[in-house]
Every structure is written in structure tokens, then in C-alpha cells.
Ligand binder design. Structure first.
Ligand code: GDP
Ligand code: MG
Length: 721
């Protein structure tokens, strides 16, 4: 018999960790809420009949954001055979809020109290037998991380599946119960008995989506509305708050009965760390210092040494020389030799050379995520992001976007406000993703002698672009939505599991390597072919690069980029192949400028590239490619997440125009200092002026006293209260 077990619980309660242990999958685990935004299925190891569904974390069955809708709809529409409710044992009060609702669904529920290793370490005890009695469902203690109790939990879930439906043991106050009974009788009697209670409560709370789902007629709604109003008048509160308050009263009593805290009232280690790390004055300097160390080690020093070696020695000399020796001795045709060395090795090698650097960077990021510091950054930055019309939660997509824009864009689903979400989708890819790092490193190495400031400046450009876009867009009509408060739980600090750190590092690096072996390889071959062949005197064949197909195409579009300072056909082509995958820019230069030429005489392999740029035009090239439309994969993600053609084109158009204007200003205004002045300079000055005006103009049409635009940061506790 096939069994479907849904893993439901608060964000960050350990669902994915348990899911990975039980199914042997490799889903992404991070110490912050919102990592799982889509449901994922997996089969139990050793029993293919049992399917586990890892749902996005939810705080309640009243959804606020999109991924909460995913979870709720799954539970009420698909009705799994059993719900395995993962509860963070260190945060029972908040987690039980969801549990009290799950048991109302009329589905068998098994509660797994997770993080028991931490609970024990804190010296607290939980009376699970008593808890089981009060909740009305089976309760097991587990540690998903350490692997204790997980098989018992799976077994308990399998045993409960198909058995008796869990019946809630708590009751609301007399009056509320009376109204619920009335609602059940008036509009829900056609449903199976055990499912009525959940819907009755939701109708009492006036849940619009549920009213719609049930297809109630206006007269039915009016009928129950009368009853609800009466109850609200009697209890002097709105119906949703009545239910919430009564749930918390009940939870308080359960906790009093079942839990003994050893250090009640004392600050935990996490709280102590937070006192320093999220301190009003220290937070930002600490954040800046941490980020500086990360990039200093991974991008500018250790990472750079390894990458330089890989680029100049390994893929610059050793591999091509060995390949040449081998191919020559094998009597390989000259064109094939050229294809392999000048096409494949040059293109793929120039991209693979950056892997060591990325590995070091990813280890750092994985560690910061795993230990819980990243969640604090979102919290710290919320204070600042608000001022720019963004939510602190935009930071998580941006952070994930430093690895790859695709999951970054997907992570925008955790943002409740539609306005903030769209804004985040549009701006997330401004931050340099892993694929853009090689471009940065290439420009830094070839044109700036590996100067330490180039890489940080790229992130600075990305962040500034995001913040400026926030301000500019917020002032347009399109984005004048209500600002949503910041709701995110700060997880306790802990040492991340080495396995998770390595997995996260490897996942990001592997997708990079995979691309090098597929898309980049193919593109390198195409670029090699297109740059080596063409028409000369009416005949098709091998030609000099200047007469090649690619030169013709590149030459035809190069005028577009001439005002940005890089109007040669090679750069135009590179910017174009960058739309397939950003690493292609490096790969394309690799082929076009022959990085892999065996430089026996010690000539600088990046010299050819350096010769066709000035420092200024190279920086303008970098800025344009950082900010313009991302690669096709990310463009596809934007299309999916926008769910509207109009918004999709707006996003892509905005990115390209924004990139063009910024690069134009960088180059033309920079050139002014060298004494050059022309029509483009005037245009650039005008555009820069327009840009500044867009930034500082006052917002029109906001005559509502403006408290809706101001900063509200509330703690998560208030979300349900
Ligand atoms: P989800 O959001 O519910 O899917 O939670 P995750 O599985 O992503 O886990 C959130 C964080 O809690 C991660 O950093 C895990 O390593 C950590 N974690 C999960 N289970 C345990 C546990 O049993 N003990 C401890 N100490 N940490 C855990
Ligand atoms: Mg998860």
C-alpha cells in the first residue's frame, strides 16, 4: 500500500534535514526560514511504497506568503495519508501554534519534537506522553541532525497512516464553539464529519480563499456573518484574533503541564551573541568586516593565487601543451587540433580555472548560512533596506543570488508583499552571481593587475543598483503597494553540520562545473567555428578572425556598445554569448583572444585582451554585463515567477536599459576627466541628471499621511498575535 507522509512544520524546524535523512535526497538545508519554497517528494529509503513530501515551512494555516499557500493547499486539497508535524523543541510555543491547527484537518497527525539534542543540552525536559494526551496525537522525540529517533518517527507515521483521524482535544470558549457548530450545520454538513471543524474555524476567521474554495453563496456568507458579528460583539475582538488568542491560552497551559525549563528567564548563548551582533551600532561594522574577510580570502588572496595558477599554468600552458603533443603524435588533422585546443580547451579551461576560487567562497557562504548568521544579516539590513523601498527579506534572494540567480529569484516567494516580491525579482540578478565572478576576476587580472578593490566594487555596484532601483521604482505608480512588515524568525546559532556545508558548497560548484562541460563547451565550439570560418573572395573556408562570421555579426551590433567604450566586435559578441551563460563571456574571450596559446616565450596570456580595452572601457564593460539581463536560465525563472508577460518584459527591459545607462555614464563621464567631450558626453550628463532626479523627486499621489510607507519592523511573535 502506498503511503503519502507530508512533513509540515514551521520554517527552520528541521523538515528538510529529516527529509534528506529518510529519503537519502540532497535537498538544500539552510539555517533560516524560506529555504524550501516548493514542495519536494522523495521515497523512504528501503521502502519505496512510502513517499515523503517536504513542504515549505508555515507558521499557521492562514497563509501570508506564496509558499505558505503551497503548503496549505497541499494539505487541504491533496490530503496526505498522514501529517508528520516537525516541531522545533527549543521553540515549542511558536511551533505548537501550527500543531493546534494541523490536528483540526481531520488527517492522522504524528508530532515529532525535533532538536532534542539542543533541548537536552539546555537541560530542559519535555513530557512527551503527557503532550501526546493533550494534543491527541502520537508524539516522538527526534534529532534530525544527529539522526536519533528518525526511524521511529517514520514508523510512527506509517502506523498512523490510514488509521483513525486525529481529533483535536482542545476546545474554544463556549460561545465560539457554539458559533462553530452553527457554521458547520449551516454550510458544511455535506462534508465528512472530521473535515468540518477546520473549515468552520476558517469561515469564522473570514478566510477569503476558503470562502471562495467552498463556493459559498452570498446569502450563506451573510447568514454566518450574522453569527460571527454577534460573537465578536460579545467578546469585543475580531474573530481572527479571538481564535489566535484562545489557541495561545491553550498552548500556554500545555507547556506548563509538559515542559520543565532549566534556565527559565536566563539569556541563552544565542541571545548573548545577538546582543553584540545585532547591536544598533556594532551590527553594520561587524557585517562589513565579515564580508570583507570572506571576499578578501576567497576572491583576492588565496582564491586568486589558486586561480591564477590554474589559468596561467594549468589551462594556459600545461594542458594545451600536453594536448598539442598528444594530438601531433597521433597525427591529428590541423583543424581538429585547433578545434580541441583553441576551441574546447581555451573556452572550457578559462571557465574551469575559476573553480578553486568559487569553492573557497562557497565554503564561507555555506558556513555563514549554516551557523545562523545570514538570517541576522537579513534582520540587520531590513532597517536599511526599508528606507530604499525594499524588505530585509530581499536580502535572502540576493544572497542566494550570489551563487546563482535562478534559486535567488525563486527565493523571492518568501516575501509576503506582492510589490516587494516583484521588486526583488527585478533586482536580484544585479548582484554578481558565481558565473559573473570569472568575468570580474578576468577584468581585474587582465586590466587592473589584480587590484584588490575590483571584486568588492562589483558587489558594491550590484548593491547600489538594487537600492537605487528600489527608490526609483517605489516612486512610480506601479509599485505603490502597502509595505509589509518584516516577519522572520531568527534561528538559534549552532555549529553547522560539516556535511551540509560541503553539500551546499558542492551543489553550487557542481552546477558551475556542469555548465562548463555542456553549455560552455558547446558555445566555445560555436564561437571557435564562427570566429575561424567565413567568406573570403566569395568562397567559404578558414579565414582570419577579422573576416569571420562572428566578426561580421559582432561588427553589425558593435555600434550599439560603442558609446559605452567597447565597440569592437569581440566584446559585442561576448556580451551576446553571455546571455546564454555568463561564464561564456570569459569562454568567448578565451577563444577569441587565444588564452590557451602555448605561451612558451613568457608573454602575458591576458595581454591580447588588455590591449583591446582601456581601464575605463573595461570597467564599463564589466558594469554592463553585471547589470544587464541575466542568462537564459535566470530569464526563464523571472518569467515563471512574474507569472505575467507584461511584468516579465518590464523586468528585462528595465535591467537592460538600466545597465546601458549606468555603463554609458561610467564611460562618458570618466572620459570627461581625460578631456574628451562630445555629443555622447552631453547625453550621458543628461541621463545622469535624469537618474538623480528619479532618485530624489518626491513621491506623488501619496497624501495619506505616509505612515504606510514608513518603517515597521515587528518581531515574528506579532505575526500571529
Ligand atoms: P526546514 O526549514 O524545516 O526545512 O529546516 P532545515 O532542515 O533546513 O534545518 C534548519 C536548521 O536546523 C539547519 O541549520 C539544520 O542543520 C538545523 N537542524 C535540523 N535538525 C536539527 C537537530 O535535530 N538538531 C540541531 N541541533 N539542529 C538541527
Ligand atoms: Mg526546508
Amino acid at each position: 500500500m502506498a503511503i503519502k507522509v507530508a512533513l509540515a512544520g514551521n520554517p527552520n524546524s528541521g523538515k528538510t534535514t529529516l527529509f534528506n535523512t529518510l529519503t537519502g535526497s540532497n535537498q538544500y538545508v539552510g539555517n533560516w526560514p524560506g529555504v524550501t519554497v516548493e514542495k519536494v517528494e522523495g521515497k523512504l529509503k528501503g521502502n519505496r511504497d512510502v513517499t515523503f513530501i517536504d513542504l515549505p515551512g508555515i507558521y499557521s494555516l492562514s497563509p501570508y506568503s506564496m509558499e505558505e499557500v503551497v503548503s496549505r493547499n497541499y494539505l487541504i486539497d491533496e490530503r496526505p495519508d498522514v501529517i508528520l508535524n516537525i516541531i522545533d523543541g527549543t521553540n515549542l510555543e511558536r511551533n505548537l501554534f501550527l500543531s493546534t491547527q494541523l490536528v483540526e484537518l481531520g488527517i492522522p497527525v504524528v508530532a515529532a519534537i525535533n532538536m532534542m539534542d539542543v533541548v537536552h543540552r539546555n537541560g530542559d525536559t519535555i513530557d512527551t506522553a503527557r503532550l501526546a494526551k493533550e494534543l491527541g496525537c502520537h508524539v516522538v522525540e527526534i534529532s534530525a541532525l544527529k539522526g536519533t529517533g528518525v526511524h521511529e518517527a517514520a514508523e510512527a507515521a506509517m502506523n498512523a497512516a490510514g488509521g483513525a483521524k486525529t481529533v483535536p482535544h482542545h476546545h474554544f470558549s463556549g460561545g465560539v464553539e457554539h458559533t462553530l457548530a452553527h457554521i458547520e450545520e449551516a454550510v458544511l454538513h455535506h462534508m465528512p464529519q472530521e473535515r468540518q471543524r477546520f473549515f468552520a474555524i476558517k469561515l469564522f476567521e473570514r478566510d477569503a480563499k476558503i470562502i471562495e474554495k467552498l463556493g459559498l453563496t452570498p446569502s450563506q456568507v451573510a447568514h454566518i456573518e450574522e453569527d460571527i458579528k454577534r460573537r465578536e460583539a460579545e467578546l469585543e475582538d475580531d474573530s481572527e484574533s479571538i481564535i489566535t488568542a484562545e489557541r495561545y491560552t491553550y498552548i500556554d497551559s500545555v507547556i506548563k503541564d509538559c515542559v520543565v525549563f532549566k534556565n527559565k528567564g536566563r539569556l541563552s548563548v544565542s541571545d548573548k551573541i545577538d546582543r553584540v551582533v545585532t547591536n544598533r551600532f556594532l551590527a553594520l561594522p561587524i557585517f562589513a568586516a565579515v564580508m570583507f574577510i570572506v571576499y578578501f580570502v576567497s576572491v583576492t588572496t588565496v582564491g586568486m593565487w589558486v586561480t591564477n595558477w590554474a589559468n596561467e599554468t594549468l589551462f594556459g600552458k600545461t594542458v594545451p601543451a600536453a594536448a598539442e603533443a598528444f594530438l601531433t603524435s597521433a597525427g591529428c588533422a590541423e583543424w581538429l587540433q585547433s578545434l580541441i585546443i583553441d576551441g574546447m580547451i581555451a573556452g572550457v579551461g578559462s571557465v574551469l580555472g575559476f573553480v578553486p576560487q568559487l569553492l573557497i567562497l562557497f565554503i564561507f557562504l555555506a558556513f555563514l548560512e549554516g551557523c545562523g548568521y545570514m538570517a541576522r544579516i537579513a534582520f540587520i539590513l531590513d532597517r536599511i533596506f526599508r528606507k530604499f523601498g525594499l524588505s530585509g527579506k530581499s536580502f535572502i534572494p540576493i544572497l542566494i543570488g550570489t551563487g546563482c540567480g535562478v534559486p535567488g529569484i525563486m527565493a523571492s516567494r518568501t516575501i509576503e508583499s506582492e510589490r516587494d516580491r516583484k521588486m526583488t525579482i527585478i533586482t536580484t540578478t544585479f548582484i554578481p552571481c558565481a558565473a559573473k565572478l570569472p568575468i570580474i576576476a578576468l577584468i581585474a587580472g587582465a586590466l587592473f593587475g589584480g587590484a584588490w578593490w575590483v571584486a568588492p566594487s562589483a558587489y558594491f555596484v550590484g548593491i547600489t543598483a538594487i537600492l537605487c532601483s528600489g527608490i526609483i521604482l517605489k516612486k512610480t505608480k506601479l509599485f505603490s503597494d502597502d509595505a509589509a512588515p518584516f516577519l522572520m524568525e531568527l534561528p538559534a546559532y549552532h555549529w553547522p553540520a560539516i556535511g551540509n556545508v560541503l553539500r551546499s558548497m558542492w551543489e553550487r560548484a557542481w552546477s558551475f562545473i556542469k555548465k562548463a562541460g555542456t553549455v560552455i563547451l558547446l558555445a566555445s565550439v560555436v564561437v571557435w567555428f564562427a570566429s575561424g570560418f567565413g567568406w573570403e573572395d566569395g568562397a567559404f573556408g578558414m579565414v582570419d578572425a577579422e573576416d569571420s562570421i562572428l566578426a561580421v555579426i559582432g561588427g553589425a551590433i558593435a555600434w550599439i556598445f560603442a558609446p559605452l567604450g567597447w565597440g569592437n566586435w569581440q566584446s559585442a559578441v561576448a556580451a551576446f554569448t553571455g546571455l546564454i551563460a555568463k561564464e561564456n563571456i570569459v569562454g568567448t574571450f578565451g577563444v577569441l583572444y587565444g588564452f590557451a596559446e602555448v605561451a612558451g616565450d613568457g608573454t602575458e596570456v591576458w595581454g591580447a585582451l588588455a590591449a583591446s580595452f582601456t581601464a575605463l572601457s573595461a570597467y564599463s564593460f564589466l558594469v554592463f554585463n553585471l547589470l544587464c539581463a541575466p542568462c537564459v536560465a535566470a530569464v526563464g525563472a523571472i518569467r515563471r515567477e512574474m507569472r505575467s508577460a507584461k511584468w516579465f518584459w518590464f523586468a528585462i527591459g528595465y535591467q537592460c536599459v538600466f545597465a546601458y545607462i549606468v555603463s554609458l555614464c561610467v564611460y562618458q563621464l570618466g572620459m570627461m576627466f581625460t578631456g574628451s567631450f562630445g555629443i555622447s558626453t552631453i547625453i550621458a550628463i543628461l541621463l545622469a541628471g535624469l537618474f538623480i532626479w528619479m532618485l530624489f523627486r518626491s513621491k506623488k499621489g501619496c497624501g495619506r499621511g505616509c505612515d504606510r510607507c514608513s518603517c515597521h519592523t515587528v518581531s515574528t511573535q506579532q505575526k500571529d498575535a
